[in-house]
Design a protein around this ligand. Structure first.
Ligand SMILES: Nc1nc2c(c(=O)[nH]1)N[C@H]1C(S)=C(S)[C@@H](COP(=O)(O)OP(=O)(O)OC[C@H]3O[C@@H](n4cnc5c(=O)[nH]c(N)nc54)[C@H](O)[C@@H]3O)O[C@H]1N2
Ligand SMILES: Nc1nc2c(c(=O)[nH]1)N[C@H]1C(S)=C(S)[C@@H](COP(=O)(O)OP(=O)(O)OC[C@H]3O[C@@H](n4cnc5c(=O)[nH]c(N)nc54)[C@H](O)[C@@H]3O)O[C@H]1N2
Ligand code: SF4
Ligand SMILES: [Mo]
Length: 760
């Protein structure tokens, strides 16, 4: 009989990271199902998780470090040789051009953030602050607004969909993309409860919209006018929460003055929605007992991204649906996914770093991928010359694939750390194989829940492939090769061994060591990994960096951590929390906050929400005179839809898809008729930037004039031609939000032409 075991882990395909129970049979996942013991997902999974063996086992998996040869082929090299050469080249680039010649891209996808604590150390070693990652192409506009409203870009909001009587989904399709707890069950609950209302604002009649009580099928890119009209309706009818606004907010009068000038009827017309429907939703939202708003890429990847984020937040702020059950709230973080980098007020001693070419500042510590190719390609001496890419595939996933390819080919050093041979890895000087997320200790920083927050440390289930290594080992070895940290810390290691039951004693010794070697401070993750790590139970060395985070978390949220069942005094509570994290195979509840705690999580000095943001009010005013841009491209392409069988670039083997293998283009029947196209017709889709071939599927859920293509295709599996649409061949880096420089992927003007058999 084959060797079979059952283990707990989590799905790594989206930010929900649902708990899983998997049966493993000689290195393969024989059966995958939801884990009832997971504190949040409680057994929930979607169809994508069942296919995870296609992530774990496929032909593009990397097994050995590879070095690119002058002819473009790759040869196997030993780790030692690869890391020695990379270290030397990094140091020489730092020496000759300074740390600003280096950037780090990625650092954790949908399920692997634990390595981030280690990979970020390379930046410190290079004395660079340039981190580019996917949050910088979707969420930084939102973070920027949070910084202004709530006092810090780390004040991230969440929505209590579970308890809200009125739920507004704007530009998101949770039925497919999830993003809220146990999405499909949650949606069904709202749908069948006569006391609750679900509204979807989306240009497409999505799977979620079909379940909604009201669907406002707006014209793409018109959220800003539609939401501002809703806000004006609320104010004009006196439906705002005066008590909340005067007790909890500042700047309301300034804001009110602006909102009252909004020409409601005209704006609603621009969005192409019946006025009565908009009034009904504005009223319903404002007058229900509890209401919340859930948003995502539909407003973040379209025109007016940052303004959309501001207006969406005003919906729940003006109606007092903030800091309460069933509303929107702030939440805690265990892993610090974000920093605070206010472009107006740099922190003491840390001047804000603007990029050399675009002079772009970071938001939440993150730079926008849209500008990266220019930062490499511009002719200045101060251009980027070396890039590390980890857990990301920029050549396929960031705007303007052609520019990325050109930029990456021109670098002095490109190193890619991935589990698979990606399109980006093919351009690298070195490709370093990471162990997969089921072969190492892992965790995600997507602990974004409120009032109950949780964390799931996942244990390795399988042996790493070939020579592949977990990221913490890769980056620690690199720091050692660079001579940034010593290879041994005999005193600290001994201390950790002797005091293995009292981590507090170890932390004391660590503090003393760091006081003597201040230069080690940024590398504390690797130092703990090498010293405390070996003393942790079950080989959990990598998790040692969670100890100080758990201590800080317990200190900051003491009452909430105790409410979640952890005990201990001021000093030991964090240690107990750390132990619970190490012990829990299905994740642990970190904290149970009370809704009013949102006010202790807010970071403004007066603990009020600062409603009036001058830049946003100016943008709001500018909507009045905005002219529709005439263009030779008659269609709006939404480039990057979430569907049943896409999951970013995490699955490379196309065999994982049960349907939609080609990644079809959805087109309204009237448009298909005009272009004389039937289902399955081949077409060319051309933007100002590039051209790809697509297969048409006639679909009346899209508006006429709008077409959609899925995200997560266009990979070259086993060196094949690109499989499915390479959507970022069509997108351009300059087509982006002025504040955050995040792309307008859902608003790509395109021209579509039928192809005959011969040219297809
Ligand atoms: N199946 C699947 N799930 C995923 C992923 C995946 O690849 N596949 N990826 C994950 C990731 S990384 C993310 S960020 C999330 C994203 O999750 P979502 O943002 O929910 O997913 P999308 O389908 O990209 O976009 C949401 C909706 O925006 C609508 N939209 C387009 N233009 C506009 C507009 O102008 N206004 C409004 N109001 N709506 C508009 C689209 O019609 C679409 O229904 O999904 C996550 N989940
Ligand atoms: N046009 C358009 N472009 C888009 C989007 C869109 O809607 N439209 N969506 C955007 C969004 S929201 C996002 S989040 C991005 C996602 O795009 P990326 O940031 O590029 O990330 P992923 O596609 O999630 O996966 C990246 C890589 O991580 C690797 N990987 C998996 N596990 C591990 C591991 O344990 N260690 C390491 N080192 N690597 C691992 C995978 O093999 C894969 O190559 O795409 C964006 N691009
Ligand atoms: S893809 Fe997301 S929702 Fe589906 S099982 Fe995985 S983590 Fe859960
Ligand atoms: Mo994303």
């Amino acid at each position: 009989m084959a060797y079979m075991k059952t283990e707990q882990t989590a799905c790594i395909l989206c930010s929900r990271n649902c708990g899983l129970r998997v049966d493993i049979d000689t290195g393969r996942f024989a059966r995958i199902r939801g884990n009832e013991e997971h504190p949040i997902s409680k057994g929930y999974v979607c169809q994508k998780a069942a296919r995870l063996d296609h992530y774990q086992n496929h032909d593009d998996r990397l097994q050995h470090p590879l070095k690119r040869q002058p002819d473009g082929s790759f040869t196997r090299v030993p780790w030692d040789e690869a890391l020695t050469d990379i270290a030397a080249r990094l140091l020489s680039i730092r020496e000759r051009h300074g740390g600003d010649a280096f950037a780090f891209v990625g650092g954790g996808g949908q399920g692997n953030h634990l390595g981030g604590a280690y990979s970020r150390q390379v930046l410190a070693a290079m004395k660079s602050r340039y981190v580019y990652n996917s949050l910088g192409q979707e969420k930084t506009g939102d973070f920027w607004v949070n910084g202004r409203l709530f006092g810090s870009q780390t004040c991230h909001t969440t929505e209590d969909v579970e308890h809200a009587d009125y739920v507004l989904f704007i530009g998101c399709n949770p039925f497919q993309s999830h993003g809220i707890p146990n999405a499909r069950d949650t949606l069904r609950d709202i749908k069948k409860n006569p006391h609750r209302t679900m509204v979807v604002i989306d240009p497409r009649r999505t799977e979620t919209a079909k379940m909604a009580h009201i669907h406002l099928q707006l014209r793409p890119g018109t959220d800003a006018v539609l939401i501002s009209a809703m806000l004006a309706i609320i104010l004009r009818n006196g439906l705002h929460d005066r008590a909340f606004l005067s007790e909890r907010c500042t700047g309301f009068e300034t804001l009110e003055k602006e909102l009252l000038t909004i020409p409601i009827e005209e704006y609603v017309r621009r969005a192409d929605i019946p006025l009565a429907d908009v009034e009904r939703v504005a009223r319903g939202f404002a007058t229900s007992h509890s209401a919340c708003v859930r948003i995502d890429l539909g407003i973040q990847h379209t025109l007016h991204t940052t303004l959309n984020g501001y207006l969406e937040k005003l919906l729940y702020l003006l109606t007092g649906n903030f800091g309460r059950k069933g509303g929107n709230n702030l939440h805690s973080f265990l892993l610090p996914l974000l920093g605070h980098t206010d472009e107006r007020q740099p922190r003491k001693g840390k001047p804000l770093k603007r990029t050399a070419h675009h002079r772009m500042h970071p938001i939440g510590g993150i730079y926008p991928p849209n500008i990266l190719p220019d930062e490499v390609l511009h002719p200045g001496e101060d251009r980027l010359r070396a890039v590390f890419v980890d857990s990301s595939n920029p050549v396929v996933t960031y705007a303007d694939s052609q520019a990325y390819e050109r930029a990456f080919k021109s670098l002095d050093l490109l190193v890619v750390v991935d589990v698979a041979m990606t399109e980006t890895a093919r351009l690298a000087h070195y490709v370093l194989p990471a162990a997969s997320q089921f072969e190492k200790w892992e965790a995600s920083g997507f602990n974004l829940e409120f009032p109950e927050n949780f964390f799931h440390l996942r244990h390795p289930l399988l042996e790493p492939r070939g020579d592949s290594l977990p990221e913490p080992e890769i980056y620690t070895r690199l720091l050692e090769k660079m001579g940034i940290i010593p290879t041994r810390f005999p005193l600290l290691s001994r201390f950790a061994r002797v005091h293995r039951r009292t981590p507090l004693a170890y932390l004391g010794a660590l503090a003393v060591a760091l006081a003597g070697h201040r230069a080690w401070m940024p590398f504390v993750a690797s130092i703990m990994y090498r010293t405390l790590g070996p003393t942790l139970p079950a080989g959990a060395a990598v998790a040692s960096c969670i100890l100080p985070l758990a201590m800080a978390y317990a200190e900051q949220h003491r009452a909430a951590v105790r409410r979640a069942g952890h005990s201990g005094n001021r000093w030991t509570l964090g240690v107990e929390l750390f132990r619970a994290i190490l012990d829990g195979r299905s994740g642990v509840v970190l904290s149970r906050h009370e809704f009013a705690d949102t006010w202790s999580l807010i970071k403004t000095k007066d603990r009020r929400v600062h409603l009036a943001i001058p830049e946003m009010l100016e943008e709001l005013r500018a909507l009045k005179t905005e002219a529709p841009s005439g263009t030779e491209y008659p269609f709006v392409l939404m480039a990057g839809e979430r569907r049943t069988y896409n999951a970013n670039q995490i699955y490379r083997d196309p065999a994982w898809r049960k349907v939609d293998k080609e990644g079809v283009m959805r087109m309204h029947p009237d448009d298909a008729a005009l272009l004389d196209m039937a289902n399955g017709a081949h077409a060319s889709c051309r933007s100002v930037r590039g051209e790809i071939q697509v297969i048409i599927q006639i679909d009346d859920t899209v508006r006429p004039g709008v077409v959609t293509l899925p995200h997560g295709y266009g990979m070259r599996f086993r060196d094949s031609a690109p499989l499915g649409p390479q959507i970022n061949v069509l997108t351009s880096s300059g087509h982006c939000d002025p504040f955050s420089k995040t792309p307008f992927h859902k608003y790509v003007p395109v021209h579509i032409r039928k192809l005959d058999e011969a040219s297809a």
